[in-house]
Design a protein around this ligand. Structure first.
Ligand code: UDX
Ligand code: UDX
Ligand code: ADP
Length: 459
């Protein structure tokens, strides 16, 4: 099976960068990324490559190389489905906000809509690749919809989970640890292997059955998140016992069985995947009555919630047990550096907690818009949109954000924060001048020398 045309449904954080790199590496394959969101597609097609809908280091260079050559962005979903030999589904699968499984199960309505659309449009055989994170056995549902509502053509379903991390997406795509392809049909699997073989050594391309592939994605994210919760639990112990969590992380990380990555204590993990995937795992385990398994993984989320709350409480307690009417400056709103993505960012929950105490918050993030900050807070539904706008100000200058403020809280590990003129910030701040470093990126010694009261997680 030779693939000459690929369509990807969903031009988001996964579909956009992934297919851009696939296009860059396979100039002979024509790739069309489609989305129902016309504004998003317009932004992908825009002249100014600094205004792409998502920010990822290195992305604009890849888009510049491939766009218009063999990479196209469009809103014409039907046409793109009709023409393709292979269709990636890369739409969002948020946690359900209603009904059975609310707050835990993945909402598959977008996936199902895609499947129905593919089935109704396709007039030739297609390979359908699930790229979104999905609960185990989604492929089965996909196949059932495709086979029963289609026009009698053959569909082969593959699971090809994406392991890229935001902020390093292009690097991760260009040089992945592994590519995972799950499926039943050897020819369909081989067709997708060939696409990746254009730039990835064959031995790093793993093939498994569908269910193993789907489950591996959930488990990979659950293990990564578990490491963060584990080190965060130790950070609290360090704070009361006088150990330093960075020293502990370094000491255990040198054990090759443990490994040194993903041991950075923080204000809590965020992002669209970790929480959602663990909730999914918990939901699946419970649905098979595996309560011990479900409870075990649920604890990773509970520890993460605890870490965010603990950070907010530390701020309140340090500011003499009241933040009412006090200004607190947030440096960073994104869930990690080098991305404009704020989904499940710890900053949102820390802010919510402080706002309940009537703090007034000023936010500065180099890549997140004011509109997004308010959207994130409004979506919690804790208070009215008017109150969020009354209590929260978003500015685009870090020095202005820190002026006359009672305390600075670092919520995202943006590199630029380290290089600020902290002396100047200190001069313009209220005294005592508190810094709460939720990312452990600032230097205690130099801040203390300037007269700051410095608190960092796990010290
Ligand atoms: C452990 C630590 O490895 C060692 O660093 C420390 O100094 C003492 O405790 P030990 O208990 O001798 O060493 O053996 P280890 O190889 O760690 O195995 C411990 C248990 O875990 C065994 O019962 C082993 O069968 C089990 N295990 C280990 C698994 O079930 N699966 C694994 O993947 C690894
Ligand atoms: C994650 C997985 O890494 C990726 O393989 C999968 O495809 C999608 O989910 P992502 O959420 O983009 O990627 O970023 P990641 O780097 O994993 O960080 C997730 C969160 O954990 C961030 O909030 C980050 O700040 C936090 N984190 C990560 C820590 O607090 N400490 C660490 O040591 C590592
Ligand atoms: P992810 O992080 O998984 O990429 P995003 O929300 O960034 O999630 O992107 C998913 C994209 O999928 C969105 O741009 C959304 O508009 C698009 N989408 C969802 N459902 C459909 C559909 N049925 N057809 C086309 N695009 C869709």
């Amino acid at each position: 099976m030779i693939i000459s045309k690929i369509t990807c449904i969903g031009a988001g954080y996964v579909g956009g960068p992934t297919m851009s790199v696939v296009a860059q590496q396979n100039p002979d394959i024509q790739i069309t990324i489609v989305d129902v969101n016309a504004a998003r597609i317009a932004a992908w097609n825009g002249e100014d490559l600094d205004q792409l809908p998502i920010y990822e280091p290195g992305l604009k260079e890849v888009v510049a190389e491939a766009r218009g050559r063999n990479l196209f962005f469009s809103t014409d979903v039907d046409k793109a489905i009709d023409e393709a030999d292979m269709i990636f589904i890369s739409v969002n699968t948020p946690t359900k906000t209603y009904g059975k499984g609310k707050g835990q199960a993945a909402d598959l309505k977008f996936i199902e809509l895609c499947a129905r659309q593919i089935a109704s449009v396709a007039k030739t055989d297609k390979i359908v690749v699930e790229k979104s994170t999905l609960p185990v056995r989604t492929a089965e549902a996909l196949k059932s919809i495709l086979d029963n509502t289609g026009n009698g053509v053959n569909f082969h379903i593959l699971s090809n989970p994406e392991f890229l991390a935001e902020g390093t997406a292009i690097q991760d795509l260009q040089n992945p640890d592994r590519v995972l392809i799950g499926g039943e049909n050897p020819e369909a699997i081989e067709a997708l292997v060939k696409v990746y073989e254009a730039w990835i050594p064959r031995e790093r391309i793993i093939t498994t059955n569908l269910w193993s592939s789907e489950l591996s994605k959930l488990v990979a994210n659950a293990f990564l998140a578990q490491r963060v919760s584990s080190i965060n639990s130790i950070s609290e112990l360090c704070e009361v016992t006088g150990a330093d969590v960075n020293e502990v992380a370094h000491a255990i990380g040198m054990d090759s069985r443990i490994g040194s990555k993903f041991l950075k204590a923080s204000v809590g993990f965020g992002g669209s995947c970790f929480q959602k995937d663990i909730l999914n795992l918990v939901y699946i385990a419970r649905s098979y009555n595996l309560h011990a398994v479900a409870d075990y993984w649920e604890q990773v989320i509970l520890m993460n919630d605890h870490q965010k709350q603990r950070f907010a409480e530390k701020i309140i307690q340090t500011l003499y047990n009241t933040v009412n009417g006090k200004q607190i400056t947030f440096l960073g709103w994104a869930f990690k550096k080098d991305t404009n993505d704020t989904r499940e960012s710890a900053a949102i929950y820390v802010a919510d907690y402080l706002l309940n105490e009537e703090a007034s918050i000023v936010v500065y993030d180099p890549k997140v818009s004011a509109e997004q900050v308010y959207k994130d807070l409004d979506s919690l539904g804790t208070r009215s949109p008017e109150d969020n706008r009354r209590l929260v100000t978003v500015v685009n200058n870090p020095y202005a954000a820190c002026r006359e403020t009672h305390a600075i809280a670092v919520l995202t590990e943006w590199d630029e924060f380290k290089g600020y003129d902290w002396q100047k910030i200190k001069e313009d701040m209220k005294r005592p001048s508190f810094v709460f470093d939720g990312r452990k990126i600032l230097d205690r010694q130099s801040l203390e020398a300037l007269g700051f009261k410095y608190y960092a997680i796990g010290e």
